[in-house]
Design a protein around this ligand. Structure first.
Ligand SMILES: [Zn+2]
Length: 192
């Protein structure tokens, strides 16, 4: 078992506290994140973490659409993607899942006005999607969190310290964004 993920207690604590706590990252990350590590992340890695602020968890595109409308949008995106993950080219069945693709909502955050704007959809393999929602994935257990960490490293060609530094920063950003209530801008739907 990897040293940094050994011991279930911190994960248990985080589960008890719920997603609002950053305590889970202490055992996962360890140490401080220097600028030297941060610069190795690069400006636009292929696979990024996109944590939705906790204040927006209940409201999203999917919750505003009927099942039929969401299904249509989803399958439209899978077709555009030619039934492959738009980030890594993978398919879920090859990763051990029962389905190939999942549909991910891409959001932009206007930090000044607290507007969360939908930019579009992307077809992702389940492993990439689990990285996108790393916080939720971590609550599924150590094994799931480690699997997502390894996938992030593989797709971005990162070492573990670089990936861990990146995760740490993503959670810091999530913590800051979760302090605010966000207004959803779904105007993208008019062009979909
Ligand atoms: Zn993928």
């Amino acid at each position: 078992m990897p040293q940094m993920l050994s011991g279930s207690e911190p994960w248990g604590i985080w589960k008890r506290l719920g997603l609002g706590s950053l305590a889970i990252l202490r055992p996962l990350i360890g140490g401080s994140m220097g600028d030297a590590q941060a610069t190795r992340i690069g400006s636009s890695p292929p696979l990024t973490i996109e944590l939705v602020p906790s204040t927006s968890w209940r409201d999203n595109l999917r919750s505003r659409l009927s099942n039929a409308a969401w299904k249509q949008l989803r399958h439209q995106q899978y077709q555009r993607a030619q039934d492959r993950c738009e980030i890594c080219g993978g398919q879920g069945k090859q990763q051990g899942y029962r389905w190939d693709l999942e549909c991910h909502e891409i959001w932009a955050y206007d930090e000044a006005h607290h507007i969360q704007k939908l930019l579009g959809l992307v077809a992702l393999c389940p492993d990439c999607h689990k990285v996108k929602h790393f916080g939720r994935t971590s609550t599924e257990g150590e094994r799931e969190a480690l699997r997502a960490l390894l996938h992030l490293m593989r797709v971005n060609h990162w070492t573990r310290p670089v990936a861990e530094s990146y995760i740490h920063r993503a959670f810091q950003q999530w913590g800051a964004r979760s302090q605010h209530t966000w207004v959803l801008d779904l105007s993208w739907l008019e062009t979909a």
